[in-house]
Design a protein around this ligand. Structure first.
Ligand SMILES: Nc1nc2c(c(=O)[nH]1)N=C([C@H](O)[C@H](O)COP(=O)(O)OP(=O)(O)OP(=O)(O)O)CN2
Ligand code: ZN
Length: 125
């Protein structure tokens, strides 16, 4: 059995606040967020334009573009995602579930880096 995990990185600038947090994060603040969507596959495609690929990175970008533009980049995440407390954990799950509804093949995990030193990886078991 073989396994490949490929990923596409995406970046966005966005504001949020965590109203339940006891420290500074309850105040409105922003980050340069970095996300990665991970796709898992057990076999490479055998013919066509995606030969020897799990999924063309360009296709992954097409799934991500509307999410980033309409909900994430230069947006206020508490409003656009509908999450009352948009932690990294909640945002990663929110992105995963959006991509799941869109039918992204092989969806494995969504990774979010909120700061240079903090982030999370979400996947469904
Ligand atoms: N488990 C989580 N903890 C925290 C989250 C989160 O989403 N999940 N978010 C925050 C804040 O939003 C904050 O912006 C990030 O926190 P932190 O990493 O503590 O930020 P610093 O820049 O202060 O980190 P240092 O590397 O220590 O300078 C808080 N917690
Ligand atoms: Zn924050």
């Amino acid at each position: 059995m073989e396994e490949w995990i490929i990923y596409k990185e995406f970046r966005f600038e966005a504001a949020h606040k965590l109203p339940h947090h006891e420290g500074k994060c309850r105040r409105l603040h922003g980050h340069s967020w970095i996300g990665r969507v991970h796709i898992k596959g057990n076999a490479l495609q055998t013919a066509g334009s995606q030969k020897d690929m799990i999924l063309d990175f360009g296709i992954l970008s097409e799934y991500l573009k509307p999410l980033v533009e309409d909900f994430l980049d230069h947006h206020y995440l508490n409003e656009t995602t509908g999450l009352e407390n948009p932690t990294s954990e909640a945002i990663a799950r929110w992105i995963y579930e959006k991509l799941e509804v869109l039918g992204l093949p092989g969806l494995h995990a969504v990774e979010i880096h909120e700061t240079c030193t903090s982030g999370c990886v979400y996947r469904k078991m």
